[in-house]
Design a protein around this ligand. Structure first.
Ligand code: NAD
Length: 254
């Protein structure tokens, strides 16, 4: 780990109160970055220790205006955005209520769009910057019985590629990560909702050729690389980080 890779860089991480976002915030801080954490509510503050944190509802434009305004006033600008906040709701096409669809699209897709849109002028003002979006393997492979979630994650891939093209000449790079199953509260909650949580956890591990699910730190390492200046030549990519699941002959689509 390079403790100076993010020297003089201001980075906002949404969804930093738990899971992957929390690991990313800590990793970028350890690499010398000035990280501001987006929290869903005050109950998440203990998870970020003494890092700077603001409550934000990523689905609301005014919430982004308020938080980014405070970051720029306090830290002088913004160099990178990590869009981690999301929710997972299960449901096949016939059982997904419109309200559920709207909720998932609002948080996962509109939330990421608003982050990109609101961060854009700040990144431009710095002469460029990086956005890392969290898609999912489900965004490029689909996920049966999670139509709203998988669709929101697929939209993030298209948005990432589109914004990479729009930002290239302004040196704004936009990439997304498509993780397989990662051991976080989101996944733990999904196991708990199943009839046999232990069997669900084992099945998730078995779906990955490496025989295990991933860790938040493993995703944080890739987030840090993509958000750093080391990744100057990489933009518009949707990178699978999945223990080989995406190349395993369609097994992951079952
Ligand atoms: P998580 O539930 O631990 O993290 C998501 C965070 O987003 C939570 O802290 C939650 O409070 C926050 N959040 C939810 N709604 C919000 C809102 N309206 N405004 C602000 N914050 C809000 O789950 P995670 O697994 O760490 O997920 C991080 C990202 O990685 C998500 O985008 C998720 O879709 C993606 N992802 C996760 C996995 C996995 O297996 N864990 C796989 C692929 C992709």
């Amino acid at each position: 780990m390079d403790s100076t890779r993010f020297k003089n860089k201001v980075v906002f991480v949404s969804g930093a109160g738990s899971g992957i976002g929390n690991a990313a915030a800590k990793r970028i801080t350890a690499e010398g970055g000035m990280v501001v954490c987006g929290l869903l509510d005050e109950s998440q503050r203990p998870a970020i220790g003494n890092l700077d944190g603001h409550v934000i509802d990523v689905a609301r434009a005014e919430s982004w205006d308020e938080v980014l305004g405070r970051i720029v006033a306090r830290h002088g600008g913004l160099d990178a955005l990590v869009n981690c906040a999301a929710i997972l709701r299960s449901g096949a096409i016939e059982e997904t209520a419109l309200a559920t669809w709207d909720e998932v699209i609002a948080v996962n897709l509109t939330g990421s769009f608003l982050g990109c849109q609101k961060a854009w002028p700040h990144l431009k003002r710095r002469g460029g910057g990086a956005i890392v979006n969290l898609s999912s393997l489900n965004g490029i492979r689909g996920l049966a019985r999670a139509v709203a979630y998988a669709t929101s994650k697929g939209g993030i891939v298209a948005m990432t590629m589109t914004l990479a093209l729009e930002g290239a000449r302004d040196k704004i790079r936009v990439n997304c990560i498509c993780p397989g199953t990662i051991d976080t509260p989101m996944v733990a909650a999904a196991y708990r909702r199943s009839t046999d949580p232990a069997a669900a956890a084992q099945a998730a591990a078995d779906r990955h050729p490496v025989g295990r699910v991933g860790t938040p730190d493993e995703v944080a390492a890739l987030i840090a690389y993509l958000a750093s200046d080391e990744a100057q030549f990489m933009t518009g990519q949707a990178i699978a980080l999945d223990g080989g699941r995406s190349i395993d002959g369609g097994k992951s689509a079952r």
